[in-house]
Design a protein around this ligand. Structure first.
Ligand code: ADP
Ligand code: MG
Length: 571
């Protein structure tokens, strides 16, 4: 029975279009890509009704001759590659020759184009994939693509489009992402005649960041770069307390192409490490530059996914770039001061997009001064202890103002780092019980403990089987204080159970974090002057004295300027 048929061209191209063009923002993406590839210097985008009614992109790029205009709407027609081998040296954003034919099959489209060296231009009209006309016309040098009634001939697709506001947000987001690295090009987005995003040409990356992230976030970003073999990483990193609940401000670029990539995103998170609280995402921009032959960008029709041939190298390099940059930042963080400021005016764009989520916390910006070796993170010498607030916070006078240290968070950090260091080198300093506490577990938990006795011993927890599921706790790390031993061990059990392998850094980290949490000085505990002073001394020795192992801040600083402002001594 002959049941298999070749699909008519029209059906085939609508199916193909479905992959490339998902919503108005995908049209905008493809058209801007084309304008950038055509060496345009100014690109103006006009939309109406979230792009559902109209999307119009005008550029002053190379333009197209009449013959090319007729060809560009054919499937797989491209001027950007010629052979399979070219796929691995693509420097343009486009190369699949799919975008214009896809769009033209699902909308009513007009392309007007004139190369600079031609006196007249041409306008081509096409609707639902059918060529309507091509006529000579006067037009500025460059190309204008105008697309109306997206999905007019695919009612099911059209129905799935979201509200005008949502589609507009997607377009603004798409434009922002694409435009970020092309700082010398001027981009403008007009929504129903009103400019919502204007990105003038600039020499300085920070100018563009300011519009997209807000002025204060952009000014607080530190940059770092690193080169390993064929890979160059440049990172712009906002401090961790400007983190967000969503990962929508992690911008990743490969050779100036904005991509979404799980591996790089994970590396960014890893690089920030314990500076971030659980469930928080940093604001960061990562530019990766690669020999094009080492990345496969032909993974998905939207060209937003890639395969790296050396993914491990990418992962490691991104992490170490970020760790080094943030590690250096540490000293200046302490000096710069965390200032609680009013929401700044200006520095954001019109419309709801980035401005709506401008952080409440803002930085005064990094101090622009020569690094002074004396300026190192020295808590003790600077901090003069005033006393304890609510038996929880240590108040100190420092050169710049008032410093509040959360005693539990600080001690958690100390316990965590000290145990980790001793675990890696020396034996952990332990204390033996005169009368070992007796611990009772369920049968199942008892079996887990039984299996992991040697791991526990390596963490300084010497436990002896007493019979059945009863155990004796012989000795524990002397750093831990006031621990409810059975609660504590109960919390360790799930970690021991599903990944008892301590050579795995993650497992070790989880165990140490639990130990730090249970073993650290509690909030609401009175401390003597001497205890507070010792705590600050120890904190000073830590690699990451700013955040506890869960990512919560350890101290906050109130700058004299801010204090004086509160009391209206200054304006
Ligand atoms: P691709 O970008 O993958 O080549 P497209 O369908 O997006 O495929 O475009 C087809 C071709 O049309 C391009 O290769 C290019 O030669 C031409 N083209 C598209 N847009 C423009 C533009 N704005 N300016 C000049 N040429 C363009
Ligand atoms: Mg294209």
């Amino acid at each position: 029975m002959d049941v298999i048929r070749i699909l008519p061209e029209k059906v085939a191209s609508q199916i193909a279009a479905g992959e490339v063009i998902e919503r108005p923002a995908s049209v905008v993406r493809e058209l801007i890509d084309n304008s950038i590839d055509a060496a345009a210097e100014k690109i103006v985008i006009r939309i109406e009704q979230g792009g559902k009614r109209l999307i119009k992109v005008s550029d002053n790029g190379t333009g197209m001759h009449r013959d090319d205009l007729l060809l560009c709407i054919e499937r797989h027609a491209t001027s950007k590659i010629r052979a399979v081998s070219d796929l691995f040296s693509v420097k343009t954003l486009g190369f699949r020759g799919e975008a214009l034919p896809s769009m033209s099959s699902v909308s009513r489209m007009e392309i007007t184009s004139r190369p600079v060296d031609q006196l007249v231009g041409y306008r081509l009209k096409i609707a639902g994939g059918k060529l309507k006309s091509i006529d000579e016309t006067g037009s500025p040098a460059g190309t204008i693509v105008e697309l109306r009634d997206l999905f007019f001939n695919m009612p099911a697709r059209r129905k799935f489009l979201r509200t005008v506001k949502t589609e507009t947000d997607h377009i603004v987001d798409t434009l922002s992402r694409i435009a970020l690295p092309f700082i010398r090009l001027h981009f403008r987005l007009d929504d129903a005649g009103k400019t919502v995003l204007n990105l003038p040409s600039s020499e300085n990356e920070l100018d563009r960041f300011s519009v997209l992230f807000g002025r204060n976030v952009a000014a607080s970003m530190i940059d770092a770069s690193q080169e390993t073999g064929e890979l160059r990483v440049r990172a712009y990193l906002a401090p961790s307390d400007l983190s967000r609940a969503r990962g929508d401000r992690i911008f990743i670029y490969i050779n100036n192409r904005n991509i979404r990539d799980r591996l790089v995103t994970r590396a960014v998170m890893e690089g920030y490490g314990q500076r971030l609280m659980k469930g928080r995402y940093p604001q960061a921009v990562l530019f990766l530059e690669f020999d094009p032959s080492l990345v496969d960008i032909n993974v998905h029709p939207t060209k937003q996914e890639v395969h790296f041939s050396e993914s491990h190298l990418v992962y490691k390099t991104v992490i170490s770039t970020i760790e080094r940059a943030l590690g250096q930042r540490l000293h200046s963080v302490f000096d710069t001061g965390y200032l609680r400021q009013e929401r700044s005016k200006g520095g954001h764009i019109d419309g709801a997009f980035m401005a709506e989520a401008e952080p409440k916390w803002e930085y005064s910006g990094p101090v622009q001064k020569e690094a002074d070796p004396q300026e190192e993170f020295v808590l003790k010498e600077r901090a003069q202890i005033i006393g304890q607030l609510k038996e929880t916070y240590i108040l100190c006078q420092v050169r710049e103002g008032l410093l509040m240290v959360d005693q539990h968070a600080a001690h958690e950090r100390i316990v965590y780092e000290t145990l980790k260091k001793s675990y890696n080198s020396l034996p952990i300093e332990c204390q033996t019980f005169l009368i070992p506490p007796k611990l009772e577990f369920s049968l199942k938990d008892g079996r887990v403990i039984m299996k992991r006795l040697d791991h526990l011993a390596r963490l300084g927890l010497e436990i002896e089987h007493f019979g059945g599921s009863t155990f004796l706790l012989r000795s524990v790390p002397s750093l831990l204080v006031n621990v409810q031993w059975d609660d504590f061990l109960l919390e360790l059990i799930p970690v021991l159970e599903d990944g008892g392998d301590l050579s795995n850094d993650r497992v070790l980290d989880r165990l140490l974090t639990i130990m730090a949490c249970h073993g650290a000085i509690r909030a609401s505990k009175r401390l003597s002057q001497e205890e507070m002073s010792r705590l600050l001394d120890q904190l000073e020795e830590m690699d990451l004295p700013t955040n506890c192992p869960h990512g919560r801040p350890i101290f906050q600083k109130f700058n004299y300027y801010e204090i004086e402002k509160m009391f209206k001594r200054v304006v």
